[in-house]
Design a protein around this ligand. Structure first.
Ligand code: URP
Ligand code: ZN
Ligand code: ZN
Length: 467
């Protein structure tokens, strides 16, 4: 394997920055020092004026997921290639067993789908139903397959939603096994009631989606999940926090020492609920995801939570559908496949709004896009670090470069972008995954199947305390 010397850049980690050169050799970071000289045959990248940072770790993706009568438009090849083009070098995707299906059997299906991945990947397991068999197999998943996190749904009544009784049992099982429970926190009973009410009142358009999922539903469910986890005494990870109510519940719990970790998505920091009032169905439906985009005032609360470390990670919840797929819900908003894209755009949007916009430092950017997720999910320091011996998952970002995000220009396999027309300043110009140059200043070298499966150990840092 060729060695690469990244020269003259500013190295940024979650803890600080310095001017240094970085040598990648045999897939690992081999040296960090000033004025490194390249051995013959070493590729040299001039990173002058640029930031050199750990590749992004996206802890929340759904590739090739069957959902609401459609299948997510990005598979593990197109989705991970798009990720690499945007500076993400590891993902954690969700295995989704059918109701009653063995989670081990479902894992085998996901492992085979993921064989075409371009970057490294691991899995969380969705607890899509509960019973003795699920509970038993969790042990094998943790012990033999490196699945150390399980997601529970408080929403999607009649589908994925679990009762409080089952949530308690599932959280207890996680505690026994040292796994980290995650929650999609929205009150599914209230949403079902409001959906029926909307439809009865003749609201069938995407507007009904946001009207039936008010922020209080998220606040209540987040508070409930935290209470259950606190009493069971297990750490908790709350995915896709969108509402001020949820961020406040997490802040309060953390301030009294509860081990709760919150994730948000770039979209919730910048896109507001006016998108659902748009006259064009494709535009409004293209934004249908759960939880939905919120009124603008929630965005400032989320930014403050990111700054105050109440929220610790960013993911994408990448779950993209084409316009045609979204049209399944043309006459009934409850049938619109839920989800938006973003695996390619997370770093660009967060850098632009956060760092270029003066809200967060480059160090906090690294923590939020890479290091914290790697720590929470027990991948650090192999991932999310610039240390000798870490995987050479490295990006070079040019803070002066600009680009316009759009569906036409993206590598994501869909004809829609929630970021259509957004100009960002700060562009990833190189992405290395285990030393392999996947994104070379606009050229995508996405070798199918080179990604490796990431097994993760139980009793990760979330068990030890604050993150
Ligand atoms: O709408 C969304 N978020 N779709 C993906 C599945 C989930 O709830 O995370
Ligand atoms: Zn969710
Ligand atoms: Zn999701």
């Amino acid at each position: 394997m060729t060695a690469t010397l990244i020269r003259g850049g500013t190295l940024v980690t979650a803890d600080g920055r310095r001017q240094a050169d970085l040598l990648c050799r045999d897939g690992l970071i081999a040296a960090i020092a000033t004025d490194l000289e390249p051995a013959p045959g070493t590729q040299v990248i001039d990173a002058g004026g640029c930031f050199v940072m750990p590749g992004g770790v996206d802890p929340h993706t759904h590739l090739q997921l069957p959902m609401m009568g459609a299948v997510v438009a990005d598979d593990f090849y197109t989705g991970t290639a798009a990720a690499a083009a945007g500076g993400t070098t590891s993902i954690l995707d969700f295995v989704g067993p059918e109701r009653g299906q063995s989670p081990l059997e479902a894992l085998a299906v996901w492992r085979s789908r993921a064989e075409k991945a371009v970057i490294d990947y691991g899995f969380h397991m969705t607890v899509s139903w509960w019973g003795p068999r699920f509970s038993e197999e969790m042990e094998t998943l943790v012990r033999d397959h490196g699945i150390a996190s399980f997601k529970f749904f408080l929403a999607y009544k009649g589908g994925l939603m679990l009762s409080d009784e089952d949530l308690i049992a599932g959280f207890l099982r996680c505690r026994q096994l040292g796994a980290l429970p995650q929650v999609h926190a929205e009150n599914g009973e209230l949403i079902a009631y409001l959906q029926a009410k909307m439809l009865a009142e003749g609201v069938t358009s995407p507007l009904g989606h946001v009207l039936s999922r008010p922020p209080q539903c998220e606040g209540e469910a987040t508070g409930r999940a935290i209470t259950l986890a606190e009493i069971v005494d297990v750490p908790l990870y709350v995915v896709h926090v969108s509402a001020a109510e949820a961020a406040r519940a997490i802040a309060q719990a953390r301030s009294r020492g509860v081990k709760v970790i919150g994730e948000t998505l770039p979209g919730f920091l910048a896109i507001d609920d006016s998108v659902y009032r748009h006259a064009d169905f494709d535009f409004a439906a293209g934004h249908v995801m759960s939880p939905p985009y919120r009124p603008r005032e929630h965005q400032e609360v989320l930014w403050q939570a990111l700054q105050a470390a109440t929220l610790s990670t960013t993911g994408t919840d990448h779950c993209c559908f084409t316009k045609d797929q979204k049209r399944l819900g043309r006459d009934d908003f409850t049938r619109i496949p839920n989800g938006c894209g973003g695996i390619e755009d997370r770093l660009h949007v967060l850098w632009h709004l956060g760092v270029t916009g003066g809200r967060i430092s480059p160090e906090r950017f690294v923590a939020l896009t890479s290091t914290n997720a790697a720590r929470v999910f027990n991948l650090w320091p192999r991932k999310g670090a610039l240390e000798i011996g870490s995987d050479a998952d490295v990006i070079v970002l040019d803070p002066a470069r600009t680009k316009t995000l759009s569906a036409l220009a993206q590598h994501q396999n869909t004809d829609f972008s929630v970021w259509e027309g957004m100009d960002v300043q700060g562009v990833v110009v190189h992405t290395f995954s285990r030393g392999t140059h996947l994104w070379a200043d606009g050229e995508l070298r996405a070798e199918r199947g080179r990604g490796r499966y990431l097994e993760r150990a139980a009793f990760g840092p979330a068990y030890q305390g604050r993150l």
